[in-house]
Design a protein around this ligand. Structure first.
Ligand SMILES: *[C@@H]1O[C@H](CO)[C@@H](O)[C@H](O)[C@H]1NC(C)=O
Ligand SMILES: *[C@@H]1O[C@H](CO)[C@@H](O)[C@H](O)[C@H]1NC(C)=O
Length: 416
């Protein structure tokens, strides 16, 4: 609803007031209990509605935009089948799109079991928003085949996934700390062209350890064995573009994904070819493209929206999270965390306390229209997907977003 027109005649004011109050009462039950947290991007209600606005303060319905949609890639390797299934149920929402990938190291049996789950699950079939890359890719953890797989999934999502707003890349050892209702509600209020990507141009030791060595990822051309090997020759640090590095986890806008996949500009393609021979390319490809593209650098928010706990000094892999991390994890206000033990006690605690999720069930949300009788999953019946019931997770996430978009943080940290 647009309330920005200044020249209102009195009857219109009364009619609008009445309509707003009506809207307020009908919407109230979808958002009960959640004090609305203002974000600086929410359009402000016009002065002439001062009185109305005052009454509506707890729930300004006039500023409720339609919820966005996320497109998720959830990928794993041998032995991750069950965990992929758990992550998928935990992050499922009918508004979103999902693509599941189990790489070629997994056995055919494991892949078939996951495929049966994805294709056979009642809700997935009804809504039709979960797909699996059946012709699995061979992936080298630190090689270019990882970026190729991410771009492959993004391309499928662009072609088949309908209208979505952000692409999110997760693995089987990631897990959400908020519900999808929390995430969709909070992201309704932020500009859809923002890209959440942790990055820096201070590449430090990576100049000699990553930028100069030249590697080959044999997964690009071998049928079975994928590995990286080094060639003796070294190369110099690029001068045609500036290198950026950061976390391999990100939330990317649709316009930026289209820019990377469609290739009407040569930069994403050139940088991709450069990163083919770069060790740990997932920690640099999108970062370097986005910060060297004039049209996109102003859309970066310097965060991967993940809680990750590193050793001091950091080792190659982050710490596996334990119950003792729970408080720090919550205080980070991050919507996702990693890395988790498969089926550890911490995941059960997150299910119980943060997601209200029963074993083998979906994370409940406003879309769930079934009953809980006899331990049934209320989400086995799909109601109205646009009805969101954000909870405490939305408040935590909003606090993080407010911080990231504050004047002191947002612009000063872009592509520095
Ligand atoms: C995407 O997700 C996977 C987790 O499976 C991660 O390892 C990878 O590096 C991510 N990022 C990119 C840019 O491919
Ligand atoms: C990005 O921001 C800078 C600094 O505020 C500005 O000069 C530039 O025009 C902006 N670029 C685009 C494409 O909006």
């Amino acid at each position: 609803m647009q309330l920005r027109h200044r020249k209102c005649i009195p009857p219109l004011v009364f009619a609008s007031t009445f309509a707003l109050l009506l809207l307020f009462f009908t919407t109230y039950y979808h958002f009960h209990g959640i004090p609305f947290l203002s974000s600086r991007h929410v359009p402000v209600v016009d002065d002439s509605f001062h009185f109305v606005e005052h009454q509506l303060r707890p729930i300004p319905v006039s500023t409720l935009p339609s919820p966005p949609r996320f497109a998720y890639l959830v990928s794993g390797s041998a032995g991750n089948g069950n965990m992929l299934r758990r992550v998928l149920l935990a992050i499922y929402h009918p508004l979103n799109q999902y693509i599941v990938h189990l790489d070629r190291k997994a056995s055919p049996q494991e892949r078939l079991a996951l495929e049966r789950f994805v294709k056979g699950y009642k809700v997935f079939k009804e809504v039709g928003n979960v797909r699996m890359i059946v012709k699995a890719n061979l992936i080298t953890y630190r090689g270019s085949t990882m970026v190729a797989n991410t771009l492959h999934a993004a391309a499928i999502l662009l072609r088949e996934g309908g209208d979505w707003d952000w692409f999110i890349n997760l693995s089987a050892s990631d897990y959400p700390l908020v519900t999808q209702d929390d995430l969709l509600h909070t992201f309704s209020h932020i500009p859809r062209d923002l890209n959440f990507i942790d990055h820096t141009s201070k590449i430090g030791w990576k100049a000699s350890q990553r930028a100069k060595p030249v590697i080959i990822d044999s997964g690009l051309y071998n049928l079975r064995r994928a590995d990286v090997f080094w060639i003796r020759q070294k190369r110099s640090v690029p001068t045609a573009f500036k290198l950026f590095t950061g976390s391999a986890w990100m939330v990317l806008s649709r316009p930026f994904i289209e820019y990377c996949v469609w290739g009407w500009d040569n930069l994403p393609r050139k940088v991709l070819m450069y990163y083919t021979n770069f060790l740990s390319s997932p920690e640099g490809y999108f970062h370097t493209v986005i910060c060297n593209a004039e049209a996109f650098r102003n859309t970066t928010v310097n965060s991967d929206l993940h809680f990750i706990s590193w050793d001091n000094p950091p080792r190659q892999h982050p710490q596996l999270l334990r119950l003792a991390h729970m408080n720090r994890m919550l205080e980070s206000n991050a919507p996702f965390a990693r890395k988790f033990y498969q089926n550890g006690r911490l995941l059960d605690k997150i299910d119980a306390e943060l997601l209200s999720r029963g074993r083998e069930m979906f994370t409940p949300g406003g879309w769930c229209a079934g009953s809980r009788e006899n331990g049934a999953d209320p989400c086995s019946v799909v109601g109205t997907p646009t009805v969101l019931k954000p909870g405490p997770g939305a408040q935590r996430l909003q606090a993080l977003i407010n911080f990231l978009l504050s004047d002191a943080i947002f612009r000063p940290r872009q592509c520095e």
